[in-house]
Structure formats: C-alpha cells, structure tokens
Design a protein around this ligand. Structure first.
Ligand code: TRP
Length: 461
C-alpha cells in the first residue's frame, strides 16, 4: 500500500477532483484490456478468413493507423479534459445545451446494446472452458453440434450469460482502482502468456505454421472485396473500443501529466499485435488440420474444438480461459461507461449503478441469449444477437466516432495543441488534418454502407 493520499474517491458533477488510475501502467493495462476482447480473438480471425487473408489484414492495419489512432487520441483528450462520463465530458467542453452532447448519448446507449450481446458470446466462452475439461470426443460433426446445442438451448445460454454478467458487475462495483485496474493487472498478463503459448504451439508444433504466416501476411489483393475494406474499417472501431466513449471514460481517470499520444500508440499497437498473434495461433491449427479458414462466426466454437479433440484438453482449456479473460476486461469497460454516467450525472453510488444498470443490460441480453426469438429485420427473420451487433457496429459506433472526431478537430483543437503534442508541431498538424478530412470521410463511407447507400456497391435489391 502506498502512503499517498487516497484520490480514488468518486466525485460528482463538475468538481475537478476525480479519481485516477493508480499508475500509468495500470491505465495502459485497463485500456488495452478494453480494446483486446472478443473482437481480437473471435472476430478478427474469422473475418480475416472470410475476406481472404493478407490483403484484408493490411487494410485493417491501415485503418487502425489512419482512423483508429487519431480517434483514440481524441477520446482520451476529451475524457481527460472533461473529467467525466461521455455525456458530461461533451457538455463541459461545449456550450450549455449544445447538440454536441449527442455523441455522449449515443455512447451510453451503445454501452447497453453492445454489452447485452457481448455477454452472451462471452458466456459461451466461459461454458467452453468447462466443456473442454473432459476433452472433446466424437466425430467432427458431433463436436460441431455441441455448439449449436449450446446456442439453441435458451436455458444454458442464459445460465452462462448470467454468470458472465455477475463477474462483470462485481468487478465494476469494486471501483476504478480496486476493481478494474486490479483485475486488468491480473488478467492481461495471463492472457498474453496463454496466447504466446498457443501461438508457439501453433507455429512450431503443428504443420500449419508456414501456411498461417502466408495467409496472414502475403497480401493477395484479388481476394479483397469492397465489402472487405468496409469491414476492416468498421472492425478498427470495434476492436479499439472507439465510437462510444469507452476511451473517454477511461481517459477521464487519467492523470494530467501522462502523455496521451504515446499511450494511444501503445494501446493501438498492443491491440493489433494481439490480434495478429491470435490469428497466427488459430490459423496454424486450422491449416494443420485442413479446416476451412472462412468458416465464419463458428470458427472458434465449432471448428477449433474439432482439432482440440486431437491436441488434448490443456490446449483447449488455455484457449477458452484466454477468450473469457479477454472478454471480461472488455465487458467491464462497456459497463463502466454506463455506470460512470449514473454516478456523475445522477449521483448514484457506484455499487447501485453497477448492480442496477448491470441488471438492465442483463435483461436486454436475454433477447440475444434466446436464439428462437426472431423478428423481421432487413427483409428476413433475424435474432437479436445479429441485430444488436449489426446496429451497433455499423451505425452507432461510426456515428459516435464521426462526431467525436469532428468535436476534437473543430471544438477542442486549440486547447489540445501545446498540452498534448508538446513542441511537435508537425505531428499536431497531421493529427488535425486527418481528423478534419480523412477520418470523417472514412467514417461516412462505413455509415453509408451500413445504410446500404453506397453508389458503387451492389446490395442486391
Ligand atoms: N474492443 C473490444 C473487443 O475487441 C470490445 C469493446 C469493448 C468495445 N468496449 C468497447 C467495442 C466499446 C466498441 C466500443 O472485443
């Protein structure tokens, strides 16, 4: 225990004394924990598989640098200057009653929507730790069917969703330092070593290593569709936790003297690095066993267990522990956005905010957990899991991100310069030009695509 005065008490309203992370490293782990999640280990490999590999990876890395990084810097700056939840931060930095609070509201709303379906998949990851323990047995088809039986059984999906939400609520209720930061310190290094182990296992001890490297790093541009480019951009938002104020919230707990630009680079780099490690681990195994890389969302839960039947339970258990840890540190950031709003703006206690809002999100999640509920959506009966994923990734995050970037570039910009960029004028100019022109254009394209309004795309209607 340090002897410094305890600054970790909550503050409400516009007071300047806000709780902070205890160390810079603790913040980096928490923010990286938010960024690294199902997006890196579940979604990135499967969409890379679907969109053909190397070229997609290259475009995705480009999107992280050109769109993701400037937006992450913006969110952290807005958070640290506003020293509040996203709604409050936008209000403090703009004029009373200005429409600039809208991105804050979109963020809090997105927190509800994203966490509700995220927890369902995370629950499946948790379930698979226990399913892996005895080892997977049976024919490939039997092993694959285990996943559909979990997904289709509302009872089991709900039970695992419940357990995952309880963990998330407990950590967030513990507070910024004693809950979020402490757990990130435990979970993130474990995650890294598990992944390192799996990657080395895949590259060195299976036959698929060379094929995996080739698949991920040898860009075959003919395989890349316009759809793939747009997905790469949308995924850059999702994987870096951008567009809904998660980084604004985490930024609001940053100390004044910390260099935001440097930390944003570190976080984005680690997020990309981990996604590539996960890709190498997973595709080595996929190629070693002649599985289908483009298997889609079922890649982790249907395809991989087929080969876990051969590797033995310890590889499988490590893998699903890793996946659950990654999901947990992301889920807490989603809940924290909502909770910080109710603490700052409504004066709730942290405990009440975490439990009550966690419960609301939990109930919303039941819609996604119950596969059999389908409603008409874009012309066909669709489950809520897909609807919530689609609406948040394609509409809410890009819109939130677009407005956040514009806000940073046009409203907060003069105040950013000296404080955040120091003497580096060139870097600052590049940052503003990107935020004013390139980011909005890129985001607009994703948004129009989400609305099926891009003139050069064929939406089949
Ligand atoms: N980035 C996380 C992932 O890759 C998910 C996530 C956490 C997120 N917080 C977010 C996505 C905020 C969008 C916005 O799995």
């Amino acid at each position: 225990m340090s002897m410094k005065p305890d600054l970790s008490t909550e503050t409400t309203g516009k007071t300047s004394r806000r709780l902070t992370w205890s160390t810079r490293f603790g913040f980096i782990l928490a923010a990286t924990g938010s960024a690294i999640g199902l997006g890196n280990i579940w979604k990135f490999p499967y969409i890379t598989g679907v969109y053909g590999g190397g070229a997609f990876v290259l475009v995705y890395i480009g999107c992280v640098i050109v769109v993701g990084l400037p937006l992450m810097i913006s969110e952290l700056i807005i958070g640290r200057r506003g020293r509040q939840n996203p709604v409050g931060a936008f209000q403090v930095l703009s004029r009373e009653g200005s429409p600039w609070q809208i991105p804050g509201w979109i963020g809090v709303a997105a927190g509800f929507v994203i966490l509700s379906f995220y927890s369902v998949i995370a629950g499946h990851a948790l379930a698979y730790i226990f399913k892996s323990l005895p080892g997977f047995v049976g024919t490939a088809d039997q092993i694959r069917e285990q996943y559909s039986s979990l997904k289709n059984s509302a009872g089991s999906s709900i039970a695992w969703h419940t357990m995952f939400m309880v963990l998330t609520i407990a950590i967030v209720a513990g507070g910024v330092r004693r809950g979020i930061e402490r757990w990130a310190r435990i979970l993130m290094p474990t995650l890294f070593f598990l992944l390192l182990f799996l990657m080395i296992y895949g590259l060195a001890f299976t036959e698929g290593g060379a094929a995996a490297i080739n698949f991920l790093f040898n860009p075959g541009f003919s395989a890349l569709s316009a759809e793939g480019v747009l997905s790469a951009l949308g995924h850059a938002f999702f994987t870096l936790s951008l567009g809904m104020g998660a980084m604004i919230t985490y930024g609001s707990y940053m100390k004044k003297e910390v260099n935001i630009v440097r930390d944003a680079v570190t976080i984005s780099f680690l997020d990309t690095f981990i996604a590539l490690m996960a890709g190498l681990a997973i595709f080595s195994m996929v190629f070693a066993y002649g599985l289908e890389p483009g298997a889609g969302p079922g890649l982790l839960f249907e395809t991989l267990p087929v080969l876990f039947a051969e590797t033995g339970p310890w590889v499988a258990v490590s893998f699903f522990v890793l996946l659950t840890f990654a999901a947990l540190t992301s889920a807490i950031s989603l809940l924290e956005v909502v909770v910080s709003y109710f603490i700052d703006k409504r004066g709730w206690s942290r405990m009440n905010a975490a439990i009550i809002m966690g419960a609301v999100i939990y109930f919303l999640g039941l819609l996604s957990a119950i596969e059999s509920i389908k409603v008409p959506f874009r012309g066909s009966p669709t489950g809520f899991f897909d609807i919530f994923d689609f609406v948040s990734t394609n509409y809410m995050l890009p819109l939130g991100g677009l407005l956040t970037g514009l806000f940073a570039a046009y409203v907060v910009k003069d105040r950013i310069r000296s404080e955040e960029f120091g003497s580096s004028g060139g870097l600052y100019r590049a940052f503003v030009v990107v935020l004013k022109f390139i980011t909005p254009l890129a985001v607009l394209i994703v948004l129009l695509h989400g609305l099926e309004l891009l003139p050069f795309m064929d939406y089949g209607n």
